[in-house]
Write a protein that binds this ligand. Sequence first.
Ligand code: NCD
Ligand code: ZN
Length: 352
Amino acid sequence: MSTTLTLDTLTITQPDDWHLHLRDGPALHHTVSDVARHFARAIVMPNLAPPVITTAQAADYRERILAARPKGNDWQPLMVLYLTDNTPADEIDRAINSGFIHAIKYYPAGATTNSDSGVTDIKKVYPVLERMQKCGLPLLLHGEVTDAHIDIFDREAVFIERTLNPLCVQFPGLKIVLEHITTAQSAQFVASGGENLAATITPQHLLYNRNDLLAGGIRPHNYCLPILKRSSHQQALIEAATSDSGQFFLGTDSAPHPQNKKENACGCAGCYSHHAAIELYAEAFDRAGALDKLDNFASHFGPSFYGLPVNQKKLTLRRAPWQLPATTQLGGDPMVPFYASETLQWAVVDGE
Ligand code: NCD
Ligand code: ZN
């Protein structure tokens, strides 16, 4: 183990982000140029208001995203449709034929930001899932139950029992990604499943636990859903992310909200991390003594699950501590990014 502890330079294959919120309108200028700096592709979440539920809407949204891309940059958005109780199974055929839709997102109705049109009972979408299983289109899950009486810290674990486990039994061939996992239960459930079951992990869930949200004062910029859990769960996620199983890969869940919507009596859920996404992961992997595992997690396991080629370009990071800005911009609004004003050990030096 490891030469990596003394490494000062790290070259990886150019990474992809398998879970990203870009928003729409003036915000695209900032969110798209940030992700396009170091990443080659990103799975783009469809929870706009109103949500992206048809292939035609995804085509329009994709054009708006591409128009916001910096000149000469070839970063690619991989589009996703938002599943509703009324999505027809034929929409899956249209999605496949489009060539630019790579997954379908399941939000339990009311689970998180802009999820009011989500699915009220998973059985209602079984015909759609049947079609997806047949053609190999992945289902991306926001894995939390929404019942008001279930404790917020237990919602992911209860989702596994009530929804995910039966879903895997009913659709054994369906490709499923449990998004932004936050618990030991999720890491273990995914690891014990087949290769058609995977999970994404965010930088905030690798670097932080619930003390970073609640101890010594409430820190609204660390509030995201699923909520940060206790440190034993954080440790289980670090072990999963640095494992060789191939089922865990990078998905930032970078989810921008203006400063005044976060610093608020009823603050929004979501952390923005694409001002320093790969550097945040490098920090977490370095602390775990596992920098040698970053390349697989960030750049190989995701494409392999989605059946896409691995990127050709490389990205080089150097151990060169730098301080993150206190604020950045989102459209016309100030925004406080994740890890604001903190110091990161790794900086990108090549691949811009
Ligand atoms: C996301 C958002 O703001 O769109 N928020 C979050 O806390 N992660 C939605 C989501 O992925 O749950
Ligand atoms: Zn998300």
